[in-house]
Design a binder for this molecule. Structure first.
Ligand code: DOR
Ligand code: ZN
Length: 356
């Protein structure tokens, strides 16, 4: 594709990692996802984590109801479709049978591993994967349901910038050795070591990549002062890691695909004495990805990354409709106000040159 094109038409993309929350927050954020994506993998880390098929079914109905309200209010075209792909939160107590009921549900597409205390709402997460979850892992491998991994070792004695690397050494290598056929998604890969693992692994594996880990390095956290809106987990890393992620994404490897990790927290909880982790990037997600792909002379790789590699890995059909991106100055607002909710979008105050 010509890099001076001022319009790109791509197969409609999907977001393979998003946080919708529930209640008012769900209603506030769903529009930003459905305006650009046809499907999304919905993360299960609600305050009351989605631990069973029944809970996922209930949460899915809330999402579909919220989507239906957008249509009813004419906020999106009537012909738009959106499919939430549900996930289940793995705990020390998850029963192997839960994998079977999730698998046969038809609407659950993965289990999510949060190491306990690794990130937002992870206190019910897994404390000992091999001690407590072996039977569940066997079933996941057996039915071919992916395990989505928050790949950080949440040990207070490990430097926060090294937690991904330690997770690979202490958990991931053994996981692959013991379960050679389990489908793994290395979520929001943030380090060179993560990229290398995904590139070199011999089993079925892929990684999602966020806009923030492609566009920013850890300096952003401190530029002009402490900026909580760049704080997410895994935390932004040094430039050499960002370069490794860019290289992998632009290599054309099918193992890397779009997952925004859009994680809304009310502004007051970000700008707080103990600010929450998470970047709200859904607002401009595709424009941000287009900008970083273009800046690296790789806009021709955007469609596979955003629209092909994900469904191909999950064994789902590619979308049949299209998304148009066009070149136009796009000043990212300082803040979004939706009812009582205030969100600061990723890149607030900066200017990009793509729009949807
Ligand atoms: O920054 C993050 N925010 N990382 C996660 O893993 C979870 C997410 C959230 O739910 O807020
Ligand atoms: Zn996430």
């Amino acid at each position: 594709m010509d890099k001076l094109l001022d319009r790109i038409v791509i197969t409609k993309p999907d977001d393979w990692h998003v946080h919708f929350r529930d209640g008012e927050m769900l209603d506030a954020v769903i529009f930003d996802t459905v305006k650009q994506f046809s499907r999304a993998i919905i993360m299960p880390n609600l305050a009351d984590a989605i631990k069973t098929t029944k809970m996922a079914e209930n949460y899915r109905s809330k999402i579909l109801d919220s989507f239906a309200r957008l249509k009813k209010n004419n906020q999106i075209p009537q012909e738009n479709t959106f499919t939430p792909l549900m996930t289940i939160y793995l705990t020390d107590d998850t029963k192997p049978e839960e994998v079977l009921s999730a698998h046969s549900s038809g609407f659950i597409f993965a289990f999510k591993l949060y190491p306990a205390a690794s990130t937002t709402n992870s206190s019910a997460g897994v404390t000992n994967l091999f001690g407590n979850c072996r039977k569940v892992l066997e079933k996941l491998q057996y039915v071919g349901m992916p395990l989505l991994i928050h790949a950080e070792l949440p040990d207070k004695n490990i430097d926060i910038f090294d937690r991904e690397r330690f997770f690979i050494d202490r958990i991931l290598i053994s996981l692959r050795r013991d379960f050679p056929d389990i489908k793994l998604v290395f979520e929001h890969v943030s380090t060179k070591e993560g990229v290398d693992f995904v590139m070199e692994d011999t089993g079925p594996i892929a990684a999602t990549v966020t806009p923030q880990h492609l566009i920013y390095n850890r300096n952003s956290l401190f530029s002009g002062g402490l900026n909580p809106h760049f704080y997410c987990l895994p935390i932004l890393k040094a430039e050499e890691h960002r370069q490794a992620i860019l290289k992998a994404v632009f290599s054309g490897s099918k193992r890397f695909f779009l997952g925004t990790d859009s994680a809304p927290h009310n502004r007051s909880l970000k700008e707080n004495r103990c600010g929450c982790a998470g970047c709200y990037n859904a607002y401009n997600a595709m424009a941000l990805y287009a900008s970083v792909f273009e800046a690296n002379n790789s806009i021709d790789k955007l469609e596979a990354f955003a629209s092909f590699n994900g469904p191909d890995f999950y064994g789902l059909p590619r979308n049949r409709d299209f998304l148009v991106l066009y070149r136009k100055e796009n000043i990212i607002p300082d803040m979004l106000e939706i009812g009582k909710i205030q969100l600061v979008p990723l890149g607030a105050g900066s200017v990009i040159h793509w729009n949807i």
